[in-house]
Design a protein around this ligand. Structure first.
Ligand code: 2NL
Length: 360
């Protein structure tokens, strides 16, 4: 009997000391498993005298019940402790800033950002976006736009020409995005309202010119399109693009073969301490050219100048991007330097929209 009491004391002590669930399971097997100490005692009952069997059996079973209960209690304690330890080790600090995922790690190039901004602004004014090929015919790039053959304006564009094909036709890299508008006029019936952003090419390279650059042009063809509408559209554009409530504009007479009359447009700005601000101050900055579409261009593109009129404008995207985002040098735009892009680039999920703010 005292052996049994000692066995119980030992087992209880070991159960209380068990460091983890594995150790506890080993103890259970040692006591209650097939070859366990308590199971062994129960197996000896058969050899006892019937009068001893009943009381000794009851005693062993009572020990077995207490040991079983102690195992269960200890198991719960160990489980709780293990969970507490895990919770403490794996605590999440919900106040930490959200880590940048792969999708947000890249940056949107300022040119793409400005194209998206232009698209958002002009979409709001009812304009569609049109695109066309970078490799164009002489006809679409020059002739249809009222550049007569042998006219000096053709030479002014410093065109990249391809070698002549079998028919003697020389393709070229478009020198402006106007051929996209030509294609639109040939394809669609008025009213037409499009903007044409894209890559353009001229054989020109210095501090402020790269052989490939970007333009956006706009075109409206309608029965009564007029200069008043052009001025309003450009003013709305400038306010939205430079994100200012007012901006003064100045229209100066100019010349383009494809518009008559033609104008260059300056916007009001201030220059203080090397910083340009728009919509304030006494200075002027040239930002675009525009005019009424020349009747010859309408005719060349299958439209009747007595039935419809058009206004158009064009500007350099690289230049307005530099102005808006304070980038002093054009050359890094096309050098693919990741450090420059990290500095001047835009977050990929911050899509420009008029509602959320263009560059917020
Ligand atoms: C500039 C000036 C301009 C146009 C582009 C245009 C296109 C067609 C017909 C008439 Cl199809 N005009 N585009 C008109 C005036 C000015 O660009 O300085 N761009 C950088």
């Amino acid at each position: 009997m005292s052996d049994l009491a000692q066995l119980e004391t030992e087992l209880m002590g070991e159960i209380a000391q068990a460091a983890n669930e594995e150790a506890l399971e080993a103890l259970r097997v040692k006591a209650l498993g097939k070859k366990g100490s308590i199971s062994g005692l129960l197996a000896t009952l058969g050899s006892l005298a019937p009068e001893d069997r009943k009381s000794f059996g009851a005693t062993i079973n009572a020990v077995k019940d207490r040991v079983t209960e102690a195992l269960g209690t200890r198991r719960i304690t160990l489980k709780d402790a293990a969970l507490d330890a895990r919770l403490a080790a794996e605590r999440a600090d919900v106040t930490l800033p959200v880590r940048e995922g792969g999708l947000e790690a890249g940056r949107i190039h300022p040119i793409s950002q400005v194209m998206d901004e232009l698209t958002a602004i002009f979409a709001d004014l009812g304009f569609a976006v049109a695109e066309g090929p970078d490799i164009e015919s002489d006809d679409y790039n020059f002739t249809k736009l009222n550049f007569p053959l042998g006219h000096p304006a053709r030479e002014m564009h410093d065109t990249f020409f391809f070698a002549a094909d079998q028919k003697g036709e020389r393709k070229l890299l478009r020198t402006h995005t106007s051929p996209v508008q030509v294609r639109t006029m040939l394809r669609e019936k008025p009213p037409i309202r499009v903007i044409c952003p894209g890559r353009t090419y001229r054989c020109d390279s210095d501090q402020t010119h790269t052989p490939m650059f970007h333009q956006v042009e706009g075109l409206v063809i309608d029965r009564e399109a007029n200069l008043g509408q052009l001025k309003w559209v450009l003013e709305e554009f400038c306010k939205a693009f430079f994100e200012v409530p007012h901006v003064k504009m100045r229209f100066r007479p100019s010349f383009f073969p494809f518009t008559e009359p033609s104008m260059e447009v300056d916007i009001q700005c201030s220059r203080k301490g090397g910083e340009i601000r728009f919509g304030e101050g006494e200075d002027w900055l040239e930002i675009l050219g525009c005019g009424m579409v020349h009747p010859n261009v309408l005719k060349n593109c299958g439209l009747d100048p007595d039935a419809v009129q058009g206004y158009a404008w064009g500007m350099g995207i690289d230049r307005i991007a530099m102005l808006k985002y304070g980038m002093p040098d054009l050359r890094p735009f096309f050098e693919a330097d990741i450090r420059w892009l990290k500095h001047y680039g835009f977050r990929p999920l911050d899509l420009p929209s008029l509602a959320a703010g263009l560059s917020a």
